[in-house]
Design a protein around this ligand. Structure first.
Ligand SMILES: C[S@@+](CC[C@H](N)C(=O)[O-])C[C@H]1O[C@@H](n2cnc3c(N)ncnc32)[C@H](O)[C@@H]1O
Length: 396
């Protein structure tokens, strides 16, 4: 690879769940430095980055969904124009000749609207450029070596990108066991980052907040809290599509991975406790924590909510109680949230105790049912359901 290729910068689009842009932007600032030019759009953030940064972002971002490399943006008002322009792009840096392709096409307010036709013309252009037909496949039938091309046409302007991540970034690889209604790993990390106590910044390690999830399900919040506190790069155990790009220097991939893997992990400075009344959930939490390499740092126990107790003077109770998908369940929800609030006021508030609550709810009235004064911090969709994160002090 030539020197100019090695120092080339790519235009990236870091995709995230709508509502999480500010959190992902904060992570990007932390990883790329204050001088990085970030342009937030609904559902993601645009940024230019070197290959080294692309690899670091892939391995270290906790809350983004995936990273796309933007290849080109051009006018395409006919299939002939789309085919011709697509065939002129430098696909050889990102795809291999004959590599199976999934083309995710969308079109709005444009002359081209047939997404199947759009995908087919792009694949044909790519095949001609690379000198071997690119077999087009559907997401459901895609073989593991398939590459993903994203085509978005708005008002006849076509933007083409190649997916740099492969599997979505929330798939860290540890969560093979799930209990009911698991939270995506990236959303769990976003809840933790959004709940950070601003007053804790700059304080000594002894003052760190403990974490308690008394309805832990498959343990995602507790495991993500341990990965965060131990500064473990969440992507170390998995691979990313960009690592196989012809234009990526393999030695750089190995060097970035080796550098991150060699950094000593710091044991979380305060206890992290996960409990649930369901034995299946506890077994899932234990297996997931083991795979994530954080089992030794968690206290995991089968317990009813009413048995929850603070493991220290200061901390954060962070949890997503049942949402109540069925109507009969939904009727019982206010009582569950009231019981949670009562338990927390009784055990986690009082002289010498400084505890806060971060609660993910499908309906703000459920946050009010706790009897605590909580403020909304984040709003996004979880499994299609609009949800809000409420945060506040636990006081009597
Ligand atoms: C929505 S799930 C939590 C999902 C979890 N955040 C995850 O990522 O897998 C709610 C959990 O609350 C637990 N739960 C409900 N009522 C409880 C109670 N009274 N005491 C303890 N756990 C309870 C359920 O067993 C269930 O695992």
């Amino acid at each position: 690879m030539s020197r100019s290729q090695a120092s080339e910068r790519r235009e990236l689009f870091v995709v995230c769940a709508p509502g999480l842009e500010a959190i992902v932007e904060g992570e990007l600032r932390g990883l790329l430095g204050g001088a990085a030019e970030l342009r937030a759009q609904g559902g993601g953030i645009e940024v230019e980055a070197s290959d080294r940064d692309l690899l670091r972002l892939s391995l270290k971002l906790r809350t983004a969904t995936r990273i796309l490399a933007r290849l080109a943006s051009f006018r395409a008002a006919s299939f002939a124009e789309l085919h011709r322009r697509a065939g002129r792009l430098a696909w050889e840096g990102l795809l291999r000749p004959g590599q199976p392709l999934v083309v995710r096409a969308s079109a709005e307010r444009s002359r081209l609207y047939h997404t199947g036709g759009i995908a087919e013309r792009i694949a044909r252009g790519i095949g001609e450029r690379l000198g071997a037909p690119a077999p087009l496949c559907r997401e459901e039938d895609a073989p593991p070596e398939a590459a993903r091309v994203i085509a978005r046409i708005v008002r006849d302007q076509c933007t083409l990108s190649v997916d740099a991540s492969g599997e979505a970034l929330h798939r860290r690889g540890y969560r093979l066991a799930t209990a009911k209604a698991p939270l995506r790993e990236g959303l769990a990390a976003a809840l933790l980052l959004a709940s950070v106590d601003p007053s804790s910044e700059g304080e000594g390690e002894g003052e760190a907040e403990a974490i308690v999830d008394p309805m832990c399900g498959s343990g995602t919040l507790a495991i993500e809290a341990a990965l965060l506190a131990s500064r473990t790069p969440p992507g170390l155990a998995r691979a990313f599509a960009c690592e196989g790009w012809p234009s990526i220097d393999r030695a750089l991939v190995d060097a970035v991975r080796a550098e991150l893997a060699a950094r000593p992990r710091v044991a979380p400075p305060a206890p992290i406790v996960a409990s649930d009344r369901d034995p299946g959930a506890i077994a899932a939490t234990e297996a997931n924590a083991e795979r994530a390499g954080v089992r030794a740092w968690l206290t995991i126990r089968q317990a009813e909510l009413r048995e929850a107790a603070p493991p220290g003077e200061r901390g954060l109770v962070i949890t997503n109680p049942p949402y109540g998908v069925r109507i009969a369940e939904r009727r019982r929800l206010p009582a569950i949230y009231a019981a949670l609030g009562a338990r927390l006021r009784e055990r986690f508030a009082g002289p010498g105790l400084r505890w806060r609550l971060a609660l993910l709810v499908p309906d703000p009235s459920l946050a009010a049912a706790t009897g605590l004064t909580l403020a909304p911090r984040l709003h996004f969709r979880n499994g299609g359901i609009p949800v809000t994160l409420f945060v506040g002090a636990i006081t009597r």
